[in-house]
Design a protein around this ligand. Sequence first.
Ligand code: ZN
Length: 496
Amino acid sequence: MKTHHLKLYNTLSRQKEDFQPLNPPFVGMYVCGPTVYGDAHLGHGRPAITFDTVNRYLTHLGYRVRYVRNITDVGHLQGDADEGEDKIEKKAKLEKLEPMEVAKQYTDTYHRDMQLLNTWKPSIEPRATGHIPEQIALVEAILKEGLAYEVNGSVYFDVLKYNETYKYGKLSGRVIEELISGSRDLDGQGEKHNSVDFALWKNASPEHLMKWDSPWGMGFPGWHLECTAMSSKYLGKQFDIHGGGMDLMFPHHECEIAQGNACNHQDPAKYWMHNNMITINGQKMGKSLGNFINLQELFTGNHKLLEQAYSPMTIRYFILTAHYRSTLDFSNEALKAAQKGYKKIINGLRITRSLEFQPADVALDEEQIKQIEQSITAAYRAMDDDFNTAQAIGHLFNLLKKINSIFTGQLPSAAFGEEVFAKLKNTYITFVEEILGLIEEKSDVQNPMLELLLKLYSEAKTARDYNKVDEIRSGLKELGFVVKDMKDKIDWAYEE
Ligand code: ZN
């Protein structure tokens, strides 16, 4: 394992902590996945890319990560509370489909979009409906502890009773008295003893589609329970990292902590990580605001707020240019800038791969070597400081300047020495592809076709057919490629 002092911000302790896994080199990481009743949108893209990068970097450092990300296919009700229709069931009724057809359809499109964003697949991707017995067992355990009660075939978590021994609200900083006084009398309380209580199991009405037999009659699990059931099954009663979007901190993650403590008398996760929210043109994203953009709309440009399509790698790069705990504002301007940045990085990747060390009788340039060493150290330090991809990208651009100066012949590679030259090449390629997950977006025939066109370009130039030369050059430019006419060769690059 590489000797790195990785620090990460723990939402639970509200400070940066040294990362010390419970059982190194193994790392257990659980991230709340999508509720599969609609197309994946930006609110899915950001946590997926954030925790993919965490997974990639930990793996790069030599840890063996078991990354569990669930699929919610039952129990998530409208409004995220304990009343209202199941989101998947509602969609199924609307479209005259089986709930499992809806879940399959949107699990497939989610997987497609996550693959386009070049995220690694999770090690395990469990579904809520596949873990009903485990969830029933948890409800029984919490009842046995005296921290839940049954009413009319539903079981609720007794938050006040729990709070006598543990502290409810410690993750989100919510204060229980304020939560109670904040809700109007009996508002949303229904059959609960108190408005702050939450459902572990819900009694199903006869027309409810997704329901299972239980000790309390036919019903279905409460939304928060699945994550406790699946994380403890695959990662143990306590594991290293629990991640998700900030919007899940309350009530979802707070309830997971309560459930974990109620059953196992310990916090389920050592480190809690939350990515911040996305805004669109400075506004919160919401269906009612008309600024709700799903990932496919971004990739195709098919949305009234979008001036053009933005490729999956542009989106990935854009998300990585901000630290995950900062808010990130999407606008056409910012996305166009990200497109330029991404193309610069990828042009750099192509150049870096093509560079070879040329031995020559020149002195080592100690100043240049020092600058390269500093940028490499700084890139790692940025990642070690709570996965600061924004800063790491800045240091990569410094390395790219050196790479470009070798490529254009300003600096001979021999001035860096063979070892530093190799380190420069390896670090750049490793950071771009392996750690940040940025890859070149191209079709299989792109490069051979470009080579062919450049051959025609070169022949036209030799024949002094300048009309043909201009035609090829401007035609390629329209397609997003620049012809690089150099002293001894002709090459191409993505237009930045
Ligand atoms: Zn969850």
